[in-house]
Write a protein that binds this ligand. Sequence first.
Ligand code: FAD
Length: 399
Amino acid sequence: VRDHHHTPPPAHAVTSPANPTVTNTPVDLLVVGGGLMGLGVAWRCAARGMRVRLLDRGDLGRGASWAAAGMLAPCTEAQFHEDAVYALSAQSQDLWPQFAADVEAASGLSVGFDTCGSIVVALDRDDDAAQRRHFAYQQSLGMQVERLSGAALREREPLLSPKAIAGTWSPVEHQVDNRLLVDALIAACTRAGVALEPHRAVTAVHVGAGQVGGAIGDDGVLRPARAVLIAGGAWSRAIEGLGDVTPPVRPVKGQMLSLATEPRYQLAHVIRSAYGYIAPKADRWVVGATSEDRGFDVRVTAGGVWHLLDGAYRAVPASHELPLLETWAGLRPASRDTGPIMGDCDVRGLYFCTGHYRHGVQMTPASVNGVAACIAGEPAWSTHAPFNARRFAAGAAHG
Ligand SMILES: Cc1cc2nc3c(=O)[nH]c(=O)nc-3n(C[C@H](O)[C@H](O)[C@H](O)COP(=O)(O)OP(=O)(O)OC[C@H]3O[C@@H](n4cnc5c(N)ncnc54)[C@H](O)[C@@H]3O)c2cc1C
Protein backbone atom coordinates (compact mmCIF):
# COMPACT_ATOMS: atom_id res chain seq x y z
CA VAL A 1 0.00 0.00 0.00
CA ARG A 2 1.44 3.41 -0.96
CA ASP A 3 1.96 5.81 1.87
CA HIS A 4 0.53 9.03 0.43
CA HIS A 5 1.59 11.03 3.48
CA HIS A 6 5.22 10.57 2.54
CA THR A 7 4.98 11.16 -1.21
CA PRO A 8 6.83 14.45 -1.83
CA PRO A 9 4.91 16.97 -3.93
CA PRO A 10 6.30 17.72 -7.41
CA ALA A 11 8.90 20.51 -7.35
CA HIS A 12 6.53 23.02 -8.97
CA ALA A 13 3.47 22.38 -6.78
CA VAL A 14 2.58 25.41 -4.70
CA THR A 15 -0.99 26.15 -3.71
CA SER A 16 -3.41 29.04 -4.12
CA PRO A 17 -7.18 29.25 -3.83
CA ALA A 18 -7.56 30.02 -7.58
CA ASN A 19 -5.51 27.16 -8.97
CA PRO A 20 -3.85 24.30 -7.14
CA THR A 21 -0.52 24.79 -8.92
CA VAL A 22 -0.21 28.58 -9.09
CA THR A 23 0.35 31.27 -6.46
CA ASN A 24 -0.77 34.89 -6.63
CA THR A 25 2.68 36.03 -5.58
CA PRO A 26 4.57 37.17 -8.69
CA VAL A 27 7.72 35.24 -9.52
CA ASP A 28 10.78 37.25 -10.56
CA LEU A 29 10.89 35.55 -13.98
CA LEU A 30 8.43 33.44 -15.95
CA VAL A 31 10.04 31.58 -18.85
CA VAL A 32 7.97 30.52 -21.87
CA GLY A 33 9.61 27.43 -23.39
CA GLY A 34 11.84 24.70 -22.03
CA GLY A 35 14.42 24.28 -24.79
CA LEU A 36 18.12 25.06 -24.39
CA MET A 37 17.38 28.79 -24.34
CA GLY A 38 14.57 28.75 -21.78
CA LEU A 39 16.19 26.16 -19.51
CA GLY A 40 19.57 27.85 -19.74
CA VAL A 41 18.33 31.33 -18.82
CA ALA A 42 16.03 29.92 -16.10
CA TRP A 43 18.97 28.11 -14.52
CA ARG A 44 21.34 31.10 -14.72
CA CYS A 45 18.69 33.42 -13.20
CA ALA A 46 17.68 30.99 -10.44
CA ALA A 47 21.36 30.61 -9.57
CA ARG A 48 21.43 34.40 -9.02
CA GLY A 49 18.69 34.02 -6.41
CA MET A 50 15.66 34.87 -8.56
CA ARG A 51 12.37 32.98 -8.18
CA VAL A 52 11.78 31.42 -11.60
CA ARG A 53 8.88 29.51 -13.14
CA LEU A 54 9.16 27.80 -16.57
CA LEU A 55 6.27 26.54 -18.70
CA ASP A 56 6.49 24.28 -21.74
CA ARG A 57 3.64 23.28 -24.02
CA GLY A 58 4.96 19.71 -24.16
CA ASP A 59 7.65 17.63 -22.50
CA LEU A 60 10.62 19.75 -21.43
CA GLY A 61 13.40 20.03 -23.98
CA ARG A 62 11.85 18.00 -26.79
CA GLY A 63 11.83 20.76 -29.42
CA ALA A 64 14.72 21.72 -31.72
CA SER A 65 17.13 21.30 -28.82
CA TRP A 66 16.39 17.56 -28.78
CA ALA A 67 16.34 17.20 -32.56
CA ALA A 68 19.71 18.88 -33.18
CA ALA A 69 23.07 17.32 -34.03
CA GLY A 70 24.98 19.21 -31.33
CA MET A 71 27.72 20.48 -33.65
CA LEU A 72 29.58 23.55 -32.40
CA ALA A 73 30.73 24.84 -35.77
CA PRO A 74 31.26 28.61 -35.88
CA CYS A 75 33.82 28.39 -38.72
CA THR A 76 31.94 26.03 -41.03
CA GLU A 77 28.61 27.77 -40.41
CA ALA A 78 30.00 31.31 -40.94
CA GLN A 79 28.10 32.92 -43.81
CA PHE A 80 29.62 35.65 -46.02
CA HIS A 81 28.98 39.13 -44.57
CA GLU A 82 27.27 37.86 -41.38
CA ASP A 83 30.04 39.25 -39.23
CA ALA A 84 27.80 40.05 -36.21
CA VAL A 85 26.56 36.45 -36.14
CA TYR A 86 30.15 35.24 -36.27
CA ALA A 87 31.17 37.58 -33.42
CA LEU A 88 28.46 36.02 -31.23
CA SER A 89 29.41 32.50 -32.36
CA ALA A 90 33.10 33.06 -31.67
CA GLN A 91 32.31 34.40 -28.19
CA SER A 92 30.09 31.39 -27.56
CA GLN A 93 32.82 28.99 -28.70
CA ASP A 94 35.23 30.53 -26.19
CA LEU A 95 32.62 30.14 -23.45
CA TRP A 96 31.80 26.49 -24.24
CA PRO A 97 34.38 24.67 -22.05
CA GLN A 98 33.44 26.67 -18.94
CA PHE A 99 29.72 26.45 -19.73
CA ALA A 100 29.90 22.65 -20.10
CA ALA A 101 31.82 22.41 -16.82
CA ASP A 102 29.29 24.68 -15.05
CA VAL A 103 26.27 22.66 -16.27
CA GLU A 104 27.95 19.39 -15.31
CA ALA A 105 28.81 20.71 -11.84
CA ALA A 106 25.30 22.09 -11.29
CA SER A 107 23.53 18.93 -12.50
CA GLY A 108 25.93 16.11 -11.71
CA LEU A 109 25.41 14.90 -15.31
CA SER A 110 27.68 14.70 -18.37
CA VAL A 111 26.87 16.82 -21.43
CA GLY A 112 29.19 14.89 -23.78
CA PHE A 113 31.39 17.91 -24.63
CA ASP A 114 33.87 16.59 -27.21
CA THR A 115 36.82 18.62 -28.58
CA CYS A 116 37.02 16.49 -31.72
CA GLY A 117 37.43 19.12 -34.45
CA SER A 118 35.69 18.97 -37.84
CA ILE A 119 36.53 18.10 -41.42
CA VAL A 120 34.59 19.49 -44.38
CA VAL A 121 35.35 17.33 -47.42
CA ALA A 122 35.20 18.36 -51.08
CA LEU A 123 33.91 15.47 -53.20
CA ASP A 124 34.39 17.12 -56.61
CA ARG A 125 35.96 20.20 -58.22
CA ASP A 126 32.88 22.37 -57.73
CA ASP A 127 32.87 21.60 -54.00
CA ASP A 128 36.57 22.34 -53.90
CA ALA A 129 36.14 25.73 -55.61
CA ALA A 130 33.31 26.71 -53.26
CA GLN A 131 35.34 25.62 -50.24
CA ARG A 132 38.36 27.63 -51.32
CA ARG A 133 36.25 30.80 -51.50
CA HIS A 134 34.82 30.09 -48.07
CA PHE A 135 38.29 29.29 -46.72
CA ALA A 136 39.54 32.73 -47.85
CA TYR A 137 36.61 34.33 -45.97
CA GLN A 138 37.33 32.21 -42.89
CA GLN A 139 40.97 33.29 -42.97
CA SER A 140 40.00 36.95 -43.34
CA LEU A 141 38.18 36.61 -39.99
CA GLY A 142 41.17 34.90 -38.37
CA MET A 143 39.54 31.48 -37.92
CA GLN A 144 41.60 28.42 -37.06
CA VAL A 145 41.17 26.42 -40.29
CA GLU A 146 43.57 24.54 -42.53
CA ARG A 147 43.28 23.13 -46.08
CA LEU A 148 44.34 19.49 -46.44
CA SER A 149 44.79 17.21 -49.45
CA GLY A 150 42.63 14.12 -49.90
CA ALA A 151 45.53 11.91 -48.81
CA ALA A 152 46.15 13.99 -45.68
CA LEU A 153 42.44 13.85 -44.85
CA ARG A 154 42.37 10.05 -45.14
CA GLU A 155 45.38 9.81 -42.85
CA ARG A 156 43.31 11.56 -40.19
CA GLU A 157 40.06 9.79 -41.06
CA PRO A 158 40.65 6.44 -42.82
CA LEU A 159 36.91 5.90 -43.40
CA LEU A 160 36.61 8.95 -45.68
CA SER A 161 35.58 8.26 -49.26
CA PRO A 162 38.40 7.88 -51.83
CA LYS A 163 36.48 10.56 -53.77
CA ALA A 164 37.35 13.20 -51.15
CA ILE A 165 39.83 15.32 -53.13
CA ALA A 166 40.55 17.94 -50.45
CA GLY A 167 39.00 19.50 -47.38
CA THR A 168 39.05 22.04 -44.59
CA TRP A 169 40.06 20.91 -41.13
CA SER A 170 39.22 22.94 -38.06
CA PRO A 171 40.65 21.89 -34.70
CA VAL A 172 38.36 24.27 -32.79
CA GLU A 173 34.98 23.00 -33.96
CA HIS A 174 33.69 20.81 -31.15
CA GLN A 175 30.44 19.01 -30.43
CA VAL A 176 28.20 18.26 -27.50
CA ASP A 177 25.50 15.64 -26.99
CA ASN A 178 22.55 18.03 -27.10
CA ARG A 179 20.16 15.46 -25.60
CA LEU A 180 22.46 14.99 -22.60
CA LEU A 181 22.75 18.78 -22.37
CA VAL A 182 18.97 19.18 -22.26
CA ASP A 183 18.68 16.58 -19.50
CA ALA A 184 21.52 18.19 -17.55
CA LEU A 185 19.91 21.64 -17.77
CA ILE A 186 16.57 20.23 -16.54
CA ALA A 187 18.44 18.73 -13.57
CA ALA A 188 20.34 21.98 -12.97
CA CYS A 189 17.06 23.95 -13.04
CA THR A 190 15.43 21.53 -10.59
CA ARG A 191 18.40 21.78 -8.21
CA ALA A 192 18.37 25.59 -8.46
CA GLY A 193 14.69 25.65 -7.47
CA VAL A 194 13.08 26.55 -10.83
CA ALA A 195 9.36 25.66 -10.78
CA LEU A 196 9.02 23.52 -13.92
CA GLU A 197 5.56 23.18 -15.50
CA PRO A 198 5.60 20.89 -18.54
CA HIS A 199 2.47 20.30 -20.67
CA ARG A 200 1.25 23.82 -20.06
CA ALA A 201 1.29 26.24 -23.01
CA VAL A 202 1.38 30.00 -22.58
CA THR A 203 -1.29 31.53 -24.79
CA ALA A 204 -0.60 35.20 -24.03
CA VAL A 205 1.68 37.57 -22.19
CA HIS A 206 -0.13 40.04 -19.96
CA VAL A 207 1.05 43.63 -20.48
CA GLY A 208 -0.40 46.71 -18.78
CA ALA A 209 0.87 50.32 -18.85
CA GLY A 210 4.04 49.30 -20.67
CA GLN A 211 4.96 46.73 -18.02
CA VAL A 212 4.72 42.93 -18.06
CA GLY A 213 2.36 41.48 -15.45
CA GLY A 214 2.71 37.77 -16.15
CA ALA A 215 1.60 35.14 -18.63
CA ILE A 216 -1.67 33.33 -19.22
CA GLY A 217 -1.62 29.54 -19.53
CA ASP A 218 -3.92 27.42 -21.69
CA ASP A 219 -5.82 26.71 -18.46
CA GLY A 220 -6.86 30.38 -18.56
CA VAL A 221 -4.90 31.21 -15.39
CA LEU A 222 -2.70 34.30 -15.19
CA ARG A 223 0.64 33.46 -13.64
CA PRO A 224 1.93 36.76 -12.23
CA ALA A 225 5.55 37.64 -12.92
CA ARG A 226 7.79 40.71 -12.77
CA ALA A 227 9.53 39.59 -15.95
CA VAL A 228 8.67 37.22 -18.81
CA LEU A 229 11.16 35.58 -21.18
CA ILE A 230 9.97 34.45 -24.62
CA ALA A 231 11.98 31.31 -25.48
CA GLY A 232 9.37 29.38 -27.45
CA GLY A 233 11.64 28.42 -30.37
CA ALA A 234 9.80 27.98 -33.69
CA TRP A 235 6.43 28.52 -31.92
CA SER A 236 7.36 31.94 -30.44
CA ARG A 237 5.29 33.89 -32.96
CA ALA A 238 1.97 32.40 -31.78
CA ILE A 239 2.12 33.95 -28.29
CA GLU A 240 -0.43 36.76 -28.03
CA GLY A 241 -0.01 40.15 -26.38
CA LEU A 242 3.44 40.95 -27.76
CA GLY A 243 2.27 43.62 -30.22
CA ASP A 244 4.93 44.89 -32.59
CA VAL A 245 7.68 42.93 -30.87
CA THR A 246 6.00 39.63 -31.78
CA PRO A 247 9.10 37.71 -32.92
CA PRO A 248 8.97 37.05 -36.69
CA VAL A 249 10.11 33.44 -36.37
CA ARG A 250 9.19 30.60 -38.71
CA PRO A 251 9.89 26.86 -38.47
CA VAL A 252 12.50 25.35 -40.81
CA LYS A 253 12.17 21.58 -40.81
CA GLY A 254 15.22 19.35 -40.47
CA GLN A 255 15.00 15.58 -40.89
CA MET A 256 17.65 13.49 -39.17
CA LEU A 257 18.61 9.90 -38.48
CA SER A 258 21.08 8.03 -36.35
CA LEU A 259 23.16 4.90 -36.93
CA ALA A 260 24.42 2.52 -34.25
CA THR A 261 28.21 2.59 -33.96
CA GLU A 262 30.41 -0.49 -34.25
CA PRO A 263 33.96 -0.75 -32.88
CA ARG A 264 35.51 -1.39 -36.33
CA TYR A 265 34.02 1.86 -37.71
CA GLN A 266 35.37 4.87 -35.80
CA LEU A 267 35.24 8.55 -36.74
CA ALA A 268 37.48 10.97 -34.86
CA HIS A 269 35.91 14.19 -36.23
CA VAL A 270 32.57 15.64 -37.22
CA ILE A 271 32.47 15.03 -41.00
CA ARG A 272 30.67 17.43 -43.32
CA SER A 273 30.21 17.72 -47.08
CA ALA A 274 27.90 19.58 -49.45
CA TYR A 275 25.49 16.65 -49.05
CA GLY A 276 25.15 16.50 -45.25
CA TYR A 277 27.03 15.67 -42.09
CA ILE A 278 27.87 12.93 -39.62
CA ALA A 279 28.32 13.87 -35.95
CA PRO A 280 29.80 10.83 -34.18
CA LYS A 281 28.56 10.60 -30.58
CA ALA A 282 29.66 8.08 -27.94
CA ASP A 283 26.97 5.56 -28.90
CA ARG A 284 25.67 6.66 -32.33
CA TRP A 285 26.40 8.60 -35.50
CA VAL A 286 23.94 11.44 -35.97
CA VAL A 287 23.32 12.06 -39.69
CA GLY A 288 21.74 15.30 -40.90
CA ALA A 289 20.00 17.21 -42.11
CA THR A 290 17.37 18.38 -44.55
CA SER A 291 16.29 22.02 -44.60
CA GLU A 292 12.66 22.47 -45.63
CA ASP A 293 9.96 25.14 -45.40
CA ARG A 294 6.94 23.03 -44.51
CA GLY A 295 5.36 24.84 -41.61
CA PHE A 296 4.97 22.71 -38.48
CA ASP A 297 5.01 19.37 -40.36
CA VAL A 298 7.50 17.06 -38.62
CA ARG A 299 6.82 13.87 -40.58
CA VAL A 300 9.86 11.90 -41.69
CA THR A 301 9.65 11.22 -45.45
CA ALA A 302 11.15 8.57 -47.73
CA GLY A 303 12.87 11.33 -49.69
CA GLY A 304 14.31 12.85 -46.54
CA VAL A 305 15.79 9.57 -45.34
CA TRP A 306 17.14 8.80 -48.82
CA HIS A 307 18.84 12.21 -48.94
CA LEU A 308 20.46 11.66 -45.53
CA LEU A 309 21.70 8.14 -46.29
CA ASP A 310 23.01 9.29 -49.68
CA GLY A 311 24.88 12.18 -48.09
CA ALA A 312 26.43 9.97 -45.41
CA TYR A 313 27.46 7.36 -48.00
CA ARG A 314 29.13 9.88 -50.29
CA ALA A 315 31.47 11.11 -47.52
CA VAL A 316 31.84 7.89 -45.50
CA PRO A 317 30.82 4.78 -47.51
CA ALA A 318 31.07 2.53 -44.42
CA SER A 319 28.00 4.29 -43.05
CA HIS A 320 25.89 1.88 -45.13
CA GLU A 321 27.10 -1.04 -43.00
CA LEU A 322 25.65 0.36 -39.78
CA PRO A 323 22.26 -0.47 -38.27
CA LEU A 324 19.66 2.29 -38.56
CA LEU A 325 18.67 3.37 -35.03
CA GLU A 326 16.22 6.24 -35.23
CA THR A 327 14.70 8.81 -37.58
CA TRP A 328 13.16 12.13 -36.50
CA ALA A 329 12.53 15.71 -37.56
CA GLY A 330 12.75 19.02 -35.71
CA LEU A 331 11.96 22.68 -36.34
CA ARG A 332 14.68 25.31 -36.41
CA PRO A 333 13.47 28.71 -35.22
CA ALA A 334 14.44 31.08 -38.07
CA SER A 335 13.86 34.82 -37.73
CA ARG A 336 13.16 37.08 -40.72
CA ASP A 337 16.85 37.98 -41.05
CA THR A 338 17.98 34.56 -39.63
CA GLY A 339 19.73 36.28 -36.70
CA PRO A 340 18.72 35.47 -33.11
CA ILE A 341 16.33 37.70 -31.14
CA MET A 342 17.69 38.46 -27.67
CA GLY A 343 17.46 40.86 -24.77
CA ASP A 344 14.94 43.47 -23.67
CA CYS A 345 12.47 45.69 -25.55
CA ASP A 346 10.29 48.76 -24.91
CA VAL A 347 7.89 46.80 -22.68
CA ARG A 348 9.42 46.77 -19.19
CA GLY A 349 10.07 43.23 -17.99
CA LEU A 350 9.68 41.57 -21.41
CA TYR A 351 12.73 39.68 -22.69
CA PHE A 352 13.55 37.38 -25.63
CA CYS A 353 15.90 34.51 -26.33
CA THR A 354 14.77 32.87 -29.56
CA GLY A 355 15.34 32.69 -33.33
CA HIS A 356 18.68 30.87 -33.16
CA TYR A 357 17.93 28.98 -36.38
CA ARG A 358 20.70 26.46 -37.20
CA HIS A 359 23.14 27.66 -34.53
CA GLY A 360 21.24 27.47 -31.25
CA VAL A 361 23.28 24.74 -29.59
CA GLN A 362 26.54 26.44 -30.54
CA MET A 363 25.24 29.82 -29.36
CA THR A 364 23.77 28.55 -26.09
CA PRO A 365 26.54 29.77 -23.72
CA ALA A 366 26.76 33.33 -25.11
CA SER A 367 22.98 33.64 -25.52
CA VAL A 368 21.98 32.23 -22.16
CA ASN A 369 24.70 34.01 -20.15
CA GLY A 370 24.10 37.34 -21.89
CA VAL A 371 20.30 37.26 -21.61
CA ALA A 372 20.45 36.21 -17.94
CA ALA A 373 22.82 39.15 -17.31
CA CYS A 374 20.38 41.50 -19.08
CA ILE A 375 17.42 40.25 -16.98
CA ALA A 376 19.51 40.65 -13.82
CA GLY A 377 20.24 44.29 -14.75
CA GLU A 378 23.95 43.68 -15.32
CA PRO A 379 25.88 45.47 -18.10
CA ALA A 380 24.62 44.62 -21.60
CA TRP A 381 26.73 42.35 -23.78
CA SER A 382 27.94 44.20 -26.90
CA THR A 383 27.66 41.02 -29.02
CA HIS A 384 23.90 41.02 -28.32
CA ALA A 385 23.29 44.60 -29.51
CA PRO A 386 22.62 43.70 -33.20
CA PHE A 387 20.03 41.10 -32.19
CA ASN A 388 17.49 43.09 -30.18
CA ALA A 389 13.78 42.47 -30.90
CA ARG A 390 13.30 46.19 -31.63
CA ARG A 391 14.91 45.74 -35.06
CA PHE A 392 11.70 44.13 -36.33
CA ALA A 393 9.26 46.59 -34.72
CA ALA A 394 7.23 48.84 -37.03
CA GLY A 395 9.21 51.97 -37.84
CA ALA A 396 12.56 50.52 -36.77
CA ALA A 397 15.42 51.98 -38.83
CA HIS A 398 16.47 48.60 -40.19
CA GLY A 399 13.38 46.53 -39.38
C1 FAD B 1 17.48 19.00 -37.33
C2 FAD B 1 18.19 20.08 -36.58
C3 FAD B 1 19.57 20.04 -36.42
C4 FAD B 1 20.23 21.04 -35.72
N1 FAD B 1 21.58 20.94 -35.53
C5 FAD B 1 22.23 21.91 -34.84
C6 FAD B 1 23.62 21.80 -34.58
O1 FAD B 1 24.26 20.81 -34.92
N2 FAD B 1 24.24 22.82 -33.92
C7 FAD B 1 23.57 23.93 -33.50
O2 FAD B 1 24.18 24.82 -32.94
N3 FAD B 1 22.23 24.04 -33.70
C8 FAD B 1 21.55 23.06 -34.35
N4 FAD B 1 20.21 23.16 -34.56
C9 FAD B 1 19.52 24.38 -34.09
C10 FAD B 1 19.18 24.31 -32.62
O3 FAD B 1 18.65 23.05 -32.32
C11 FAD B 1 18.19 25.40 -32.23
O4 FAD B 1 18.62 26.67 -32.69
C12 FAD B 1 18.01 25.49 -30.71
O5 FAD B 1 17.85 24.21 -30.15
C13 FAD B 1 16.83 26.36 -30.38
O6 FAD B 1 16.57 26.26 -28.99
P1 FAD B 1 15.25 26.89 -28.40
O7 FAD B 1 15.29 26.67 -26.93
O8 FAD B 1 15.09 28.28 -28.90
O9 FAD B 1 14.06 26.06 -29.12
P2 FAD B 1 13.42 24.64 -28.80
O10 FAD B 1 14.41 23.65 -28.39
O11 FAD B 1 12.53 24.31 -29.96
O12 FAD B 1 12.54 24.94 -27.51
C14 FAD B 1 11.39 25.73 -27.56
C15 FAD B 1 10.43 25.19 -26.51
O13 FAD B 1 9.38 26.10 -26.31
C16 FAD B 1 8.17 25.39 -26.12
N5 FAD B 1 7.09 26.31 -26.44
C17 FAD B 1 6.83 26.91 -27.61
N6 FAD B 1 5.76 27.72 -27.52
C18 FAD B 1 5.33 27.63 -26.24
C19 FAD B 1 4.25 28.23 -25.54
N7 FAD B 1 3.41 29.08 -26.13
N8 FAD B 1 4.07 27.90 -24.24
C20 FAD B 1 4.92 27.04 -23.62
N9 FAD B 1 5.97 26.43 -24.27
C21 FAD B 1 6.16 26.73 -25.55
C22 FAD B 1 8.30 24.20 -27.05
O14 FAD B 1 7.47 23.14 -26.66
C23 FAD B 1 9.79 23.87 -26.94
O15 FAD B 1 10.06 22.89 -25.95
C24 FAD B 1 19.50 22.15 -35.21
C25 FAD B 1 18.12 22.17 -35.32
C26 FAD B 1 17.46 21.15 -35.99
C27 FAD B 1 15.95 21.18 -36.08
